[in-house]
Write a protein of this length. Structure first.
Length: 376
């Protein structure tokens, strides 16, 4: 009987173990900061591996005797959601769930924890239906100030933390977090964020609570080691692939690890003995094609000048303000371009690269590929 070969690639969700290529330098750096109670913000594009990285760092720190919890706030819309995610993160570990109840007796009657006997699945509930905003704010403060009592050395990771800025509370949550971050002993915070323009303002605007509160780190692209790693993953299932093919693929997808793994997943599943650059192009085309409906819908929702701006950015992501490009893409004036760019950034469709004002990346590099093909 032949052994079933598992696909050596994974995408879509955070990865670990064999599917995770360690980022050793960055790991050491981030650990250094956190161990010295310097709060860290990791800023990088979506699908670059921030969550995987954070989970990996947390696991290493746990081995060194730290307690951690991981708060995912990607989908929060209110203080109630924030509280719920915070308590859920703490409750993910049973001993912490009990400790939290001990430290905040008020919260106890509102918390519930069930384990499904059949599936073993845990479910957590926080019943705050009739709580006022004031009650909820108080509960958030109680939970935050209890953090240092829950463990000896505590790391709190908040993933996609720019969501905090979306809550329309005149900065209450930002300010509250700041206060606790400064007061809590033996507690470090690790944030990640992907909306660069929002985060830059949070961190660099002296009127805002997070000003100079954290060490910010640009989440880097992989170096050459990523291509080598991919080639070896192919080799593990006896598929031959040259490094330069993977280097080209990385260029095509803005070096986004998620999409590199996604394309490779499809290639690995296609029973090829060796991978050629035409195979990569075909796989990429197919995947971009599968998203066409969503991309078309998104494009249709934009104004004409925004559509033209996107076309421009897809074709020439560098130096978008050059005069010849404006003419070529029928954009009337630099200010018109600037305001379209601003709107597209606010929608999260494009993002700045670093501090440069004339260069952009697409939040979704496949959208850029689709656009480019559409108008070629
Ligand atoms: N260290 C890594 N090694 C290999 N692949 C990775 C790594 N980090 C991320 N990936 C790829 O990127 C995908 C998305 O990772 P994730 O951590 O969810 O990114 P983010 O949180 O930045 O959106 C993973 O499913 C995997 O395919
Ligand atoms: Mg993530």
């Amino acid at each position: 009987m032949t052994k079933l070969k598992l696909n050596p690639f994974k995408f879509g969700n955070p990865v670990e173990g064999d599917y995770y290529l360690p980022r050793e330098k960055l790991t050491q750096l981030v650990k250094q900061f956190l161990q010295n109670q310097i709060h860290v913000v990791l800023i990088g594009p979506r699908r670059f591996g921030k969550t995987s990285f954070v989970l990996n760092v947390l696991k290493e720190l746990e081995n060194d005797g730290y307690d951690f919890f991981f708060v995912d706030i990607f989908n929060i819309t209110s203080h109630k959601d924030f509280l719920s995610q915070l308590v859920r993160a703490i409750s993910a570990k049973k001993k912490w769930y009990k400790r939290l109840q001990d430290k905040i007796p008020k919260l106890r009657p509102k918390m519930s924890f069930d384990i499904d006997q059949a599936t073993g699945e845990q479910s957590f509930g926080l019943s705050m239906e009739d709580a006022s905003d004031k009650d909820i704010k108080e509960a958030i403060q109680d939970v935050l100030s209890s953090l240092e009592k829950l463990g000896k050395n505590v790391i709190i990771a908040i993933d996609e933390f720019q969501k905090i800025a979306d809550i329309a509370d005149s900065g209450w949550l930002e300010a509250t977090l700041r206060t606790h971050m400064q007061q809590l002993k033996n507690t470090s915070f690790l944030f990640t964020g992907s909306r660069r323009s929002i985060i830059y303002d949070m961190l660099n605007n002296s009127a805002r609570p997070f000003y100079r509160l954290c060490q910010s780190i640009e989440f880097p692209s992989f170096g050459d080691e990523f291509s080598t790693w991919i080639v070896n993953r192919f080799k593990s299932i006896s598929i031959d692939c040259q490094i330069d093919i993977i280097d080209d693929l990385r260029d095509l997808v803005q070096d986004t690890p998620n999409y590199v793994q996604m394309i490779c997943f499809h290639l690995a599943a296609s029973h090829l003995k060796s991978i050629h650059s035409t195979d990569v192009k075909e796989a990429l085309d197919r995947i971009v094609g599968q998203n066409a409906y969503a991309y078309q819908t998104q494009l249709n929702s934009l104004s004409r000048i925004q559509q033209r701006t996107l076309r421009l950015a897809a074709h020439e992501p560098q130096n978008v303000y050059s005069k010849s490009l404006l003419t070529k893409f029928e954009i009337t004036s630099p200010p018109a371009l600037a305001s379209a760019i601003k709107a597209l950034k606010a929608k999260g469709i494009i993002e700045d690269i670093g501090a440069k004002k004339s260069q952009f990346v697409f939040d979704d590099p496949l959208f850029a590929i689709w656009l480019k093909k559409l108008f070629d």
